[in-house]
Design a protein around this ligand. Structure first.
Ligand SMILES: Nc1ncnc2c1ncn2[C@@H]1O[C@H](COP(=O)(O)OP(=O)(O)OP(=O)(O)O)[C@@H](O)[C@H]1O
Length: 476
């Protein structure tokens, strides 16, 4: 609970006085001295924000939460031991809003823990108007770039935070990850974040271009450089000048071109085939691969010096099976994309969600996107059922009931051995087996009823609906 409550104050932005909160609304919670409040309101208004101030969290109404994109909380009012839980609860309440704690110099060491909780950034108090405005602009950029990249898993959030950092550095980036994990999308995200929407983004898939053409496509050619070169053509490097060049599947580049690419990267100049003039380049190069380039080097297929050159900053995108919290948000995003007319309806049935959470997704996000497109076409009626998804084993069957004692021994080992999501399914199966009787289910799983309650809470937080009829969750 925030101490020393102040009055609710309102600082409408210029040109946005009165009425419902405007989209660029900044919520401010907690007390600060008058000069700090007006500095905040003035700085924010110059960046186009309307500021709404509340003395404590409970006063924020749903309309304000709906409209706001940023929330500042002055943490100096919060007792030390309550700080992290209180901010965590706030982040949970303000799900789609970036929460930014305003931290006093004496609390600086708290900043790292606050960021770890999921705060988008922090502001050290006292701050200047230009520091505030720089932070607001940074957040604006983050939001614009994030629009395309859906993630709600901790590993995904960490990846995005890392991507924002590497985007601001001026060095080549290597993105690794299995096929369909979103490497190209991530490259676009970094591009938008570092160079902006206006600058060129050029992607070359090194595996898709026939080898004899690769050199001229990358570096360009002058007229007459080779038979068939009837006109001069700029290469992808030149086309990407001032922006970003994505070299997708860089592991497929032949060795001789790897040498030439290395030279271009080192010298930041390119010369077209058959040309005599070098052109200065200002290109951010992002390389992407689903191969293990270190192994490629060991096996003589990739130049070590080129690997060192491109692997200055690297980002690894985890496979979807290792960030299952992203599955449902991604699915919902594809539904919005492919069936915008039905936005607002929850089309996914609980059993479809379960099937999706249990699937391994070897083709990652691309496979999920295809499954959603297919389901939207094949569904009967409004809702998407497991069999619409075209997954190999859409609705795993619950195992037959087992005697309690044996099940308990096996249950504990099984809980450890299976991954988290398989564990959830195992728990659901157990509760079903005992018709919703949780004490019996816990016993069969070899855990205490309290531990089971704790796990069920975690499952609810992951979006698993445990109250529906299929679970028969009524008795204790
Ligand atoms: N986090 C995400 N949010 C929204 N869409 C995503 C996300 N990740 C991937 N996608 C979508 O999934 C599809 C595959 O992504 P992308 O082409 O970026 O993967 P990739 O890793 O480059 O694949 P490949 O290795 O096969 O080239 C695209 O349609 C992309 O928009």
């Amino acid at each position: 609970m925030v101490k020393s409550l102040g009055q609710i104050t309102d600082f409408p932005a210029e040109g946005q006085k009165g009425g419902a909160p405007a989209p660029n609304t900044l919520l401010v919670i907690g007390t600060a001295d008058g000069s700090m409040q007006s500095l905040l309101a003035t700085g924010a208004s110059k960046e186009g924000y309307q500021t709404l101030s509340f003395s404590h969290t409970e006063q924020i109404d749903a309309d304000a939460l709906e409209a706001a994109s940023l929330l500042f909380i002055f943490v100096s009012d919060i007792p030390q031991q309550a700080l992290l839980p209180q901010v965590a609860a706030l982040i949970d309440k303000a799900r789609d809003i970036s929460v930014i704690p305003v931290v006093g110099y004496q609390d600086q060491e708290k900043a790292a823990s606050l960021l770890e909780l999921g705060c988008a950034d922090f502001l050290l108090s006292p701050f200047s108007e230009s520091q505030l405005r720089a932070l607001l602009r940074r957040q604006e950029q983050v939001r614009a770039a994030e629009e395309g990249f859906v993630t709600s898993s901790p590993v995904g959030r960490r990846l995005l935070a890392m991507a924002q950092r590497v985007a601001l550095a001026d060095a080549p980036i290597l993105i690794t990850g299995e096929t369909g994990t979103g490497k190209e999308l991530m490259a676009r995200y970094i591009h938008r974040f570092s160079s902006g929407e206006e600058a060129p983004f050029v992607a070359v898939n090194c595996a898709a271009i026939p080898e004899p053409m690769l050199e001229s496509i990358l570096f360009g050619h002058e007229r007459g450089a080779f038979t068939g070169a009837v006109t001069a053509q700029p290469g992808k490097f030149e086309l990407a000048n001032g922006g970003t060049l994505l070299l997708d599947e860089i592991g497929e580049l032949p060795l001789d071109l790897q040498a030439k690419l290395l030279r271009v990267l080192q010298e930041q100049r390119v010369e077209r085939l058959g040309g005599h003039k070098e052109k200065e380049l200002n290109v951010r190069v992002i390389a992407a691969t689903n191969r293990d380039l270190r192994r490629e080097v060991a096996e003589g297929r990739f130049r070590e010096d080129l690997l060192f050159r491109i692997d200055v900053l690297s980002l690894h995108i985890a496979p979807l099976r290792d960030r299952r919290e992203d599955v449902i948000p991604l699915a919902q995003r594809f539904i919005r994309q492919y069936a915008p007319q039905e936005a607002g309806h929850e089309l996914l049935t609980e059993s479809a969600k379960r099937a999706m959470l249990l699937h391994e997704w070897p083709g990652n996000v691309r496979e999920l996107e295809n499954a959603m497109q297919r389901a939207l076409v094949l569904r009967n009626g409004l809702f998407i059922q497991p069999h619409d998804l075209g997954l190999p084993n859409p609705e795993p069957q619950a195992p037959a009931p087992e005697p309690l004692q044996e099940a308990a021994v096996e249950g504990k080992a099984a809980l450890r051995a299976r991954g988290k999501w398989a564990e959830y399914q195992y728990i659901i199966d157990a509760i079903r087996r005992f018709n919703g009787h949780k004490a019996k289910a816990a016993k069969s799983l070899g855990i205490t009823p309290r531990a089971l309650r704790y796990r069920l809470k975690a499952m609810r937080e992951q979006g698993i609906d445990l109250n529906s009829d299929w679970l028969g969750e009524s008795q204790q």
